[in-house]
Design a protein around this ligand. Structure first.
Ligand code: NAD
Length: 359
């Protein structure tokens, strides 16, 4: 198969691209406009060969989308391109409305035109896989409640509202025009190549630098964490085996309070980076945990998210391979061993990779 992956230079998209190239025989067209979150260095040279092509294209640009679809002739589309950071959506919602809603609409139109022109056989095998978030469901009040595929939408932030809108558009294009879509809604991801503005890498890098570890409010907000490689495995399964018109929730069965996540990072760093001047082993009183600092809560902050991932397990046989403990350990080790990747992100040098972007 040839898969068109939008947002393939981002955190989750790059994991999908790496897995498709390393573990399958499929070809990949990575379509990404390279915003601040796009980093071509997240797809190292060893993955790049005849089965990989990069196109620097904005999903809001229909004529460019038409060009790429007609030249590349993909068998399916996996749509991950989005603005994805909740704090940024609160400070400046405009880019979120533009990319997440208008961009998804534009891609749907281009995909529909393309799909209608395919042979009957290719038409029946084509999928438009829309990748979304559990944040569309809002937050959960009861401690035992879980988001299922039937939970009504109640988004809280400009980010989640824009993703909810895009989900509705995708389902409408299926119902109205017959476009064969599948939708996935996933919980919080973490793992290698995560942009340092997000909670887990932000805490790891601040701790290593001896900077404060800012925790919103009382730190008791609960998130369901999934290791990014597990999410990528689930996405490839849904894109290639998912039932048309269906939605699959994806989660890690790992509900943790934010403060527990930060404590876990500090404990792993005490074990894995004892030579760091902020560790207990190097004589620093209080060690990494002394850096934890409570800050004013985020407006509209959701209290708890938790996913029931039973349907994807039953229907497609997907279960996560990593526990929270094993995934967090792999993540901290990765950041300790891949300094060059994140130092180039922090310095802004990663954007230089854009010069050589036409791979
Ligand atoms: P990310 O911010 O790391 O990457 C987004 C990518 O999209 C970047 O490479 C960026 O350059 C590209 N992009 C942005 N605007 C674009 C545009 N207009 N045209 C083309 N490319 C554009 O995001 P991520 O964390 O990898 O998330 C990917 C998808 O998964 C998003 O749709 C997000 O809503 C969803 N999701 C994320 C999480 C999570 O925990 N990160 C959880 C569930 C779902």
């Amino acid at each position: 198969m040839k898969l068109l992956v939008t947002g393939g230079a981002g955190f989750i998209g790059s994991a999908v691209v790496r897995q498709l190239l390393a573990n399958t025989g499929h070809s990949v067209v990575n379509l990404d406009s390279l915003t601040y979150a796009g980093n071509l260095e997240s797809i190292p040279e060893k993955y790049i060969g005849d089965r990989y092509k990069f196109e620097k294209v904005d999903v809001c640009d229909q004529s460019e989308l038409d060009r790429v679809l007609s030249i590349c002739q993909p068998d399916s589309i996996m749509h991950l391109a989005a603005e994805s950071h909740v704090d940024r959506s609160i400070e400046g919602p405009s880019a979120f409305i533009h990319t997440n809603i208008v961009g998804t609409y534009t891609l749907l139109q281009a995909a529909l035109n393309y799909w209608q022109g395919l042979s009957a056989d290719r038409k029946s095998r084509f999928r438009f896989h829309h990748i979304s978030t559990d944040e569309v469901y809002g937050d959960l009040e009861g401690t035992d409640d879980l988001f299922t595929e039937e939970t009504p939408y109640a988004p809280s932030s400009p980010y989640s509202a824009s993703k909810a809108s895009s989900d509705h558009l995708v389902r409408a294009w299926h119902r109205t025009y017959g476009l064969p879509v599948v939708v996935t809604n996933c919980s919080n991801n973490y793992g290698p190549y995560h942009f340092p503005e997000k909670l887990i890498p932000h805490m790891i890098l601040n701790a290593l630098a001896g900077k404060p570890l800012p925790v919103y409010g009382d730190g008791k907000q609960i998130r369901d964490w999934l290791y990014v490689e597990d999410h990528a495995r689930a996405l490839i399964k849904v894109a290639t085996e998912g039932e048309v018109g269906e939605t699959y929730n994806i989660g890690g069965h790992n509900e943790k309070q934010n403060i527990d996540v930060v404590n876990t990072i500090c404990e792993l760093l005490e074990e894995l980076a004892p030579e760091n001047p902020n560790s207990l082993a190097s004589g620093c009183e209080g060690g990494f945990k002394r850096l934890i600092t409570y800050v004013k809560d985020r407006p509209g902050h959701d209290a708890r998210y938790a996913i029931d991932a039973g349907k994807i397990q039953r229907d497609l046989g997907w279960v996560p391979e990593e526990t929270f403990e094993s995934g967090m350990r792999k993540t901290v080790v990765w950041y300790l061993e891949n300094r060059e990747w994140w130092e180039r992100v922090l310095s802004g040098d990663y954007q230089l990779a854009r010069i050589g972007e036409s791979v």
